[in-house]
Design a protein around this ligand. Structure first.
Ligand code: PMV
Length: 311
């Protein structure tokens, strides 16, 4: 039994999306693949992109981080098969916990694979049991998440996400993004709590930042629809500045943005919760940017939106 969940890239609007501001997100064609095989005991093995085993959880290997097994238990409960046992293989096509939505992607992959096991057919994208299972397991990973990662992991494509509102698809012209992991990721729950506290202490100033980002999101949507990469890049630079002001960037993330701009990016920003993790840059030509990052030992890849990614 197989299941897939998309990884995600937030183009603009992370953090403020928790407080009701729209954000733009792309669910990618890379993500997490789950394979379930019914078994007499429980095993969970996580593989990286190159096929190497990252870690396993079984009778001899207790979880180092209980969130994954808690999430998996929650998914089994939702499908009313709490005692079923499986050999689970998870293949990660993105780094774990680096702001690319790996936890939502793996929850969606597991829930879809389990739905296929229970029903004998693949579930619909909007299967309510998958939605419920993933919402609960995202709670195990992130506390009070906005739901943006889950929406991207479940539905894929490029869209405007507003908490509690329907997704608004963006019909983008092809646009190329380069992505690198600048540092190990930080806890999303801690980063969200940090922003919440800053927002409570500086209500007016953070309110201005939220209004500014809302404007950037609106303009970025138009830039994506018209394929105006230069404007999108400028808007992403501005969004990065606002994220610096919110306190979620780091020297490593700032430096990775500078490297990208120097190597020809039209704009760059941190993506996801910050405190570490990934940077996204918009560009005409990704190779010089990827080469610059790789020269600094930062793993990197490129994606084109508006072609297969946003289909
Ligand atoms: O944990 P990440 O890096 O996927 O970040 C998710 C985006 C946030 O806006 C920081 C949190 C949320 O739930 O929207």
């Amino acid at each position: 039994m197989h299941g897939f969940g998309s990884a995600k890239l937030i183009l603009l609007g992370e953090h403020v999306v928790v407080h009701g501001v729209p954000a733009i997100v792309a669910g990618l064609t890379r993500g997490v693949r789950a394979t379930l095989t019914p078994s007499h005991d429980d095993t969970l093995i996580v593989h990286t992109d190159d096929g190497a085993e990252l870690f396993r959880v079984d009778a001899d290997h207790p979880p180092r981080d209980p969130r994954l097994t808690t999430a998996w238990a929650h998914i089994r409960d939702t499908f009313s098969v709490p005692d079923a046992r499986f050999h689970v293989r998870l293949d990660l096509e993105v780094p774990l916990g680096a702001g690319l939505g790996s936890s939502a992607a793996l929850s969606v992959a597991l829930a879809r694979a389990l739905a296929t096991h229970v029903d004998g057919v693949e579930p619909a994208r909007n299967d309510p049991r998958v939605t419920l299972a993933v919402a609960g397991s995202e709670g195990a990973f992130h506390g009070h998440a906005s739901g943006i990662d889950q929406a991207a992991a479940q539905f894929g494509g490029l869209f405007v996400f507003t908490r509690g509102a329907p997704r608004i698809p963006i019909h983008a012209k092809p646009i190329t993004l380069a992505v690198c992991q600048a540092a190990p990721g930080a806890s999303t729950a801690d980063q969200v709590a940090f922003v919440r506290a800053r927002r409570e202490r500086h209500t007016v100033a953070v309110g201005h930042l939220e209004a500014m980002i809302a404007g950037l999101v609106e303009d970025a949507r138009r830039a994506l629809e018209t394929g105006d990469a230069a404007t999108l890049g400028e808007l992403m630079d501005l969004n990065h500045g606002a994220l610096v002001a919110l306190g979620v960037s780091t020297p490593a993330l700032d430096l990775a943005c500078h490297h990208a701009r120097e190597a020809g990016a039209l704009g760059a920003k941190l993506t996801g919760a910050g405190g570490g993790g990934c940077v996204v840059a918009v560009c005409d030509e990704p190779e010089p940017i990827l080469a610059r990052w790789r020269a600094h030992d930062l793993p990197a890849f490129s994606v084109t939106l508006g072609a297969s990614e946003s289909a």
